[in-house]
Write a protein that binds this ligand. Structure first.
Ligand SMILES: [Zn+2]
Length: 77
């Protein structure tokens, strides 16, 4: 099952980039996923399957992502 991905998602990868940062921002969606290293701003294209295997965690979701169930509940009652 594919992981839902959105532009501007911030992800932590299993292997750090040679620059030392393991945090990347998604900049392009498609058959290949474009990510930008948040340490050195280098862009990389990875096949989606490879990218999904390398994700360790989401740090933040992009503005296009649906609200996460864990978001603080607003209870107007
Ligand atoms: Zn880097």
């Amino acid at each position: 099952m594919p992981i839902p991905l959105y532009i501007d998602d911030i992800v932590r990868m299993r292997k750090p980039h040679p620059c030392g940062s393991d945090v990347w921002r998604i900049v392009r969606l498609g058959a290949d996923i474009g990510i930008k290293c948040q340490g050195c701003q280098r862009r990389v294209l990875l096949p989606r399957s490879t990218f999904e295997r390398r994700i360790k965690a989401f740090v933040a979701r992009g503005p296009a992502a649906p609200l996460a169930p864990a978001a603080p509940a607003s209870d107007p009652a």
